[in-house]
Ligand binder design. Structure first.
Ligand code: GUN
Length: 292
């Protein structure tokens, strides 16, 4: 069993991005600039946005964090999005999800200029991804593709089972893995909460990508010997022995699954850091204006 070490790969890619930024600065371009809108005080979202801001510093980007209280109206968020759309200092921006219940996330995402949508959530960018056209690939699926690519995992003709059909991870992941390319060219099964015989399907997976958000859902008896397992889950579970009061758990029960795998991602230190570094890659791409 080999660990797919997202933490160290993300570190390496950050250094590559930093070198690109240094080159751009030397050539007279401005620093790439990422902005983030954070509404409310969800603990996990605070942590994720904090990682994004810190990564910007590490790769030499400017960053701007726009914080809004829980009570912010949808119109105020839409106004902030429009300001960022028209601000030529900003190359790309994200609206951290989830938004408070009274704000329609779909309306907010639709308002983002697709050329600044470095999360790749806008319908125009999702459409391009589906058609295999150049676009911003959303950060978590992009990070997983990079992990598989750099570890030289063979996906050609393999059976890839994805659990979870979210717009952010499962659905785009299924599209990327079935698309022509390397990694890619897999035969994909997309499973979700209504799937019957889930264990039987998982057992057929050469590559199992788990993104349903239930701590330790996938256990050893659901995994084929030699499978590649990618764990996207990151759930906070109460743990009195930790200073924070919680432990982070993946969607995969690591102890029973890992011994059966050829490769597996740890939680934390697997997919999470790759998500953040993919956002940095997308922001550099936005600054380069190659998609415009
Ligand atoms: N919430 C969970 N994952 C993400 C992400 O990749 N981007 C944004 N904006 N919100 C998220």
């Amino acid at each position: 069993m080999q660990l797919l070490d997202g933490k160290s790969l993300a570190q390496q890619i950050k250094e590559e991005i930093k070198q690109e930024v240094d080159k751009r600065i030397a050539a007279g371009f401005k620093r790439p600039h990422l902005a983030a809108i954070l509404v409310g005080s969800d603990g996990a979202s605070e942590t994720y946005v904090g990682h994004k801001v810190k990564s910007c510093q590490q790769v030499g980007f400017e960053s701007t964090l726009l914080r809004f209280p829980d009570t912010t109206s949808e119109q105020e968020v839409l106004d902030a999005v429009n300001d960022l759309n028209s601000n030529s200092e900003i190359d790309g921006f994200i609206v951290q999800l989830p938004l408070p219940k009274h704000i329609n996330a779909e309306s907010v995402i639709n308002a983002i200029d697709p050329l600044k949508d470095v999360d790749g959530f806008h319908p125009v960018n999702v459409g391009k991804l589906t058609l295999g056209l150049p676009t911003f690939v959303s950060a978590t699926p992009k990070g997983i593709m990079t992990l598989l690519e750099r570890a030289e995992v063979d996906t050609q003709g393999k059976h890839c089972v994805v659990i979870g059909r979210s717009n952010i991870v499962g659905r785009p992941m299924s599209i990327l893995m079935s698309a022509s390319g390397n990694p890619g060219n897999a035969t994909v099964t997309l499973c979700h909460s209504r799937t019957q015989n889930l264990t039987e399907i998982c057992k057929q997976a050469d590559i199992l990508i788990v993104a349903l958000g239930k701590a330790e859902f996938v256990t050893g008896d659901m995994v084929k010997e030699g499978a590649v397992v990618i764990d996207v889950g990151i759930t906070r579970v109460e743990d009195g022995s930790k200073k924070s009061g919680y432990a982070l758990k993946g969607d995969v029960h690591f102890e029973s699954v890992a011994p059966k795998c050829s490769y597996i991602t740890p939680v934390p230190g697997g997919v999470g850091p790759m998500t953040v570094v993919s956002l940095m890659q997308n922001t550099l791409q936005a600054a380069e204006g190659k998609l415009a």
